[in-house]
Design a protein around this ligand. Structure first.
Ligand code: SF4
Length: 293
């Protein structure tokens, strides 16, 4: 029996079919979905937005994800890497201006010198803020020992987006080699959680080959993994990437934007008190895109 949207929203847990129905809502039903999500946010989080100081300290990356503008194979951009002094100055600015936390983000590099550099930066940030400035890391897949060292040095949140939890879609948007291994991504998420990080993940919405079934599966994955943070954004094609070849069949940008808002509304209903990132990719489509979430 087909349930109405109201009946689905009254359920304690959603099936994949329920989520697909919610993703397909239009008109009054869509408004009802957003209203429900807004009420839950008001009740469990309050009318608050937390500012994080995002420090994108380097765009150098050893990987070649097929959708990403800063992939290693893209020669059409200027690479940069902030100095330690610049990163510390940005952290000090955030602390002085009463940001509760910062996020350190970069392309993915794995080496003992990168491990040591980030560890050292974390200790310095702890020292300058007397341990009061929270630090989120988003620097990709690493060995569990590395995650542990950074945790001990003061990072307590980690964002590692899985981008798609359907392995066959994941394989379509990444090179087929050991450096881009779906199972390693999952085991990294598990390590982060085991070490004690507040762990975040998320997906891209509107990818080539992606179906509503995939997106519903992504939400169920995040729920079953019991994530603490979620960062989701629309897929925005980049001219200097291999995936540009599949742009013809993409849904219009405004529909990807709308679908992203629905994904955010549904995860808010499924996981009432988690932190949800207001992704900059939303702002790239709509000048007040982040506020609409
Ligand atoms: S690891 Fe991240 S930064 Fe590097 S290519 Fe993939 S998506 Fe881009």
């Amino acid at each position: 029996m087909d349930l109405t949207i109201k009946e689905i929203l009254e359920r304690d847990a959603f099936t994949k079919e329920n989520i697909i129905s919610l993703l397909e809502t239009q008109g009054e039903e869509r408004t009802f979905l957003f209203k429900e999500a807004a009420e839950i946010k008001e009740k469990y989080i309050g009318n608050k937005v937390w500012f994080r100081g995002l420090i994108e300290f380097s765009n150098i990356c050893s990987k070649d994800c097929l959708y990403c503008g800063i992939r290693k194979g893209n020669k059409n951009l200027v690479r940069y890497n902030l100095s330690d002094e610049e990163i510390i100055a940005a952290a000090r600015f955030a602390f002085t201006n009463r940001y509760g936390s910062i996020a350190l983000q970069s392309g993915e590099l794995e080496s003992s010198s990168v491990t040591g550099r980030i560890e050292n930066l974390l200790y310095k940030i702890k020292e300058l803020s007397d341990g009061k400035l929270g630090v989120t890391l988003s620097v990709g897949e690493q060995e569990p020992e590395v995650y542990k060292r950074w945790f001990d040095a003061g990072a307590h949140r980690y964002l590692l987006r899985v981008e798609s939890t359907n392995q066959s879609l994941y394989n379509k948007i990444h090179p087929n080699d050991s450096k881009h291994d779906f199972n390693r991504r999952l085991s990294c998420l598990k390590s982060l959680q085991d070490i004690g990080y507040q762990t975040g993940t998320g997906v891209m919405i509107g990818l080539p080959f992606q179906t509503m079934d995939d997106l519903a599966g992504d939400l169920l994955f995040m729920k079953s993994f019991n994530i603490d943070m979620c960062g989701m954004g629309p897929y925005i094609e980049h001219a200097d990437t291999p995936l540009i070849e599949y742009s013809e069949n993409l849904m219009p940008l405004k529909d990807r934007f709308d679908l992203t808002l629905k994904m955010i509304a549904i995860i808010r209903i499924m996981m009432r008190d988690i932190n949800i990132v207001a992704a900059t990719a939303l702002q790239a489509i709509d000048p007040i895109g982040r506020e609409k979430r």
